[in-house]
Design a protein around this ligand. Structure first.
Ligand SMILES: Nc1ncnc2c1ncn2[C@@H]1O[C@H](COP(=O)(O)OP(=O)(O)OP(=O)(O)O)[C@@H](O)[C@H]1O
Ligand SMILES: [Mg+2]
Length: 268
């Protein structure tokens, strides 16, 4: 079940890009044990648009950090493109992250001293496989075109609006041609107009085949995804999946802030 299986080869479709099996994450702080994640099992399929939502402190960012190989689980197994990440060295994890994961953060994380073009190019220069200057330029311009920011490639981030900066940050993630985009509260620093524009962009990217996993506690934006995971106290308490290429929640659901009884949804 995916929004874009038509554009994906049949062997890639339905094969999990990411597979979590019985993941636990426990923090120990001042003699207190905090169970941030408990028994999370999850597959993300090529073409999926998955949103993760839930109240503050329920484990959303922790889950995204594990998915992005920025942190490791206390127990459980995590596979990216069938590679078990458990026994990898830090360098191997960094390489896997660089190849397969594109991050988009709430706070954009662009470097003010660099132009838009150089911000997007920067992660490509860290790759083990050397890319030629021409290849880097091609990828950067392609990614900036996808987010309609190629005409501002020579500007510095400070010369752009918040929404434009977030589009550049999305281009930076796309330029690496990742298997999946991990997106943490992409509209958290934006007004509603810019936030809506960024969400439209993510929708379009997913329709073109980009796999997205997005954390948001905005129920309106969670509704844009075709699958939604609800976390509570580190556990998955609900998993909603749209029946077709439609958002998982419709606007009446969103307005009522109630996701449980919609005819479009099936529990899986
Ligand atoms: N490094 C850490 N050390 C100790 N506890 C932590 C650490 N990181 C997170 N936690 C705890 O783990 C739990 C989950 O935190 P997490 O940041 O994943 O929540 P969240 O769902 O992203 O919340 P928010 O919506 O506020 O961003 C919280 O109780 C938090 O205090
Ligand atoms: Mg968080």
């Amino acid at each position: 079940m995916s929004n874009s299986t038509n554009s994906l080869s049949s062997e890639k479709a339905n094969k999990p890009i990411i597979s979590l099996k019985n993941i636990y994450k426990t923090y120990h702080s001042s003699n207190i044990e905090i169970k941030a994640l408990s028994n999370i099992s999850l597959d993300i399929i090529a073409g999926d648009y998955l949103s993760i939502s839930g109240p503050s402190g329920c484990g959303k960012s922790t889950l995204l950090s594990l998915l992005g190989l920025l942190d490791s689980p206390t127990s459980g197994e995590y596979f990216i493109e069938n590679v078990n990440t458990h026994n990898l060295s830090m360098d191997q994890q960094a390489e896997l992250r660089n190849l397969h994961i594109g991050f988009v953060f709430q706070s954009f994380n662009l470097i003010d001293e660099l132009s838009v073009f150089d911000n997007v190019a920067l992660p490509l220069t860290y790759r083990e496989e050397a890319l030629s200057t021409a290849d880097i330029e091609k990828r950067v311009l392609q990614a900036l075109t996808q987010v309609e920011m190629e005409h501002r490639k020579s500007n510095k981030p400070s010369q752009l609006s918040g929404g434009q900066q977030q589009r550049v940050a999305i281009a930076r993630a796309l330029a690496g041609q990742p298997s999946i985009l991990l997106v943490d509260e992409p509209t958290g620093n934006l007004d509603s107009k810019n936030g809506d524009a960024v969400m439209d962009l993510l929708n379009n990217l997913n329709k073109q085949g980009t796999t997205i996993c997005m954390v948001t506690h905005d129920v309106r934006y969670a509704g844009h995804a075709s699958k939604n995971i609800q976390l509570l106290d580190g556990q998955i308490v609900d998993f909603l999946q749209a029946k077709s290429n439609e958002p998982v929640l419709d606007s009446s659901t969103v307005n009522q802030n109630s996701s449980a009884n919609q005819s479009k949804q099936v529990m899986v």
